[in-house]
Ligand binder design. Structure first.
Ligand SMILES: Cc1ncc(COP(=O)(O)O)c(C=O)c1O
Length: 434
């Protein structure tokens, strides 16, 4: 396939001017110039079914008029004021978040990204508990800053270990690759019980918080067993340790089961961290926390862009769109259909070792051999290329970069899944026949 001259030139300029760490998908990276609902179009006008949604961020679809119109009106009225002035849409959004979360969570701080939101969560819990100790999960990802990168349990992402935090890692509730080589449910959830052991053996006894993604995102959509968070929360409560739920990927109905990932696991966190899909692609993030934790910051603290009128207007419009179009229920129904169809694919393609997920957060883990579960990162790269050629965008993730991540806009229908399955079927066949 010949690359369009323009994309090749853009790639050269990208490499010349951006940090080398800003990676790109594909041997011949593409520019997505335009989007419409679940489709995106490259510089040559080629259409792709978008089953990655800008990393689980385009929650309601591309160029949705009901979301974009209020944003355009807000841009024309006023773009920025700073948080030193009253911002109507920021206040409305904070009120809405309070209504969507448990009653104890009633103070909101807005940021521009998930990383910053986790930083805010780490700041309030470490101040409140007078401790820099954090408990995190292996295979987790919480962002790219000094603190957040060190709360992340994946070496490929740990660009630095010069952390202000002292992090204790617990074993991951990753049933496909159980760290104890046990099988659920006869395992007795050793993974949850590990939290108790880590608190008792490796901490000062006074850690600031436990942080976890209800379903790990970058880690490869690893969904813990249903009882995991209930068991962990019971342990945390006994030790008086706050639970930070990093909902950067799992919020806004993505899991199909509820608005938030923690609801799917029937627990109530003390701090909820959000970003990504909140405003359908406009940068926004934040935390909602208990009064006590929110009051831990006694000095001055400000985010210039946090709660910005344009971003908060976009978030309100997006949350309205998700609610009025019942996208959460759509995610549940279409997600179940997607998982069933992927298991059908697994019958034909032995490279598929596992299919898992919840709602429209679905993973396909590729292995060289189903017995040894040896990760097949090379196969994933080839499938991704083949899918692109046939007009389908999928993501990748996992510690071994061998997990296909599927997280389309929540508007996709069964017929989109059928299209994606047909393309994936052909793509898996093509890498075998290569
Ligand atoms: C669970 C989770 N937390 C935090 C982050 C960091 O968010 P951002 O990239 O917006 O800083 C990510 C990004 O992928 C994430 O998946």
């Amino acid at each position: 396939m010949t690359i369009a001259h323009d994309a090749a030139e853009l790639l050269r300029r990208h490499r010349e001017s951006l940090f080398p760490s800003v990676g790109l998908f594909y041997d011949e990276p593409i520019e997505l110039r335009r989007g419409e609902r679940q489709y995106v179009y490259d510089g040559a006008g080629k259409q792709y079914l978008d089953f990655f949604g800008g990393i689980a961020t385009v929650s309601s679809g591309h160029a949705i008029p009901e979301i974009n119109e209020p944003v355009k009106e807000q841009l024309d009225r006023i773009t920025h004021t700073s948080t030193l002035f009253l911002i109507r849409s920021q206040i409305e959004l904070a009120e809405r978040l309070r209504a969507m979360t448990p009653p104890a969570l009633n103070k909101v701080f807005f940021t521009n990204s998930g990383t910053e939101a986790n930083e805010a969560a780490f700041l309030i819990t470490t101040l409140n508990r007078n401790s820099n100790e954090l408990i995190a999960l292996r295979h987790s990802y919480h962002g790219r800053s000094f603190a957040a990168i060190n709360a992340s349990g994946q070496t490929p992402w740990r660009s630095s270990t010069l952390s202000p935090l002292h992090v204790h890692y617990v074993g991951n509730p990753y049933c496909y690759r159980c760290p104890w080589e046990k099988t659920y449910p006869s395992c007795g959830l050793l993974c949850a019980r590990d939290v108790e052991a880590v608190i008792r053996t490796t901490t000062s006894g006074q850690p600031a918080a436990f942080v976890a993604e209800p379903i790990q995102g970058v880690g490869g959509f690893i969904a813990p067993p249903p009882e995991y968070f209930v068991m962990v929360k019971e342990i945390l409560d006994r030790h008086g340790i706050p639970f930070i739920s990093d909902e950067v990927q799992t919020a806004w109905g993505r899991t199909g089961a509820a608005d938030w990932g923690f609801q799917a696991y029937h627990v109530e966190p003390d701090v909820v961290v959000f970003a990504k899909g909140m405003a359908n692609g406009i940068p926004i993030g934040g935390v909602i926390a208990t009064d006590e934790l929110a009051s831990a910051i006694r000095s001055l603290s400000l985010s210039t862009f946090g709660g910005n009128p344009v971003a908060t207007t976009a978030a309100l419009a997006n949350l309205n769109y998700i609610a009025t179009h019942n996208l959460r229920e759509n995610a549940r129904r279409v997600g179940d259909y997607l998982i069933a169809r992927l298991w059908e694919l697994a019958e034909r393609h032995p490279v598929i070792g596992d299919v898992r997920g919840m709602g429209l957060m679905v993973a396909v883990e590729l292995v060289r051999d189903r017995e040894t579960k040896d990760p097949a990162a090379d196969a994933l790269l080839r499938v991704q290329e083949e899918a692109k050629r046939r007009g389908l965008i999928i993501g990748r993730g996992g510690l071994h970069a061998n997990v296909i991540r599927i997280c389309p806009p929540l508007i996709v229908r069964e017929r989109d899944v059928d299209d994606a399955i047909r393309i994936l079927d052909e793509s898996f066949a093509a890498i075998v026949n290569d």
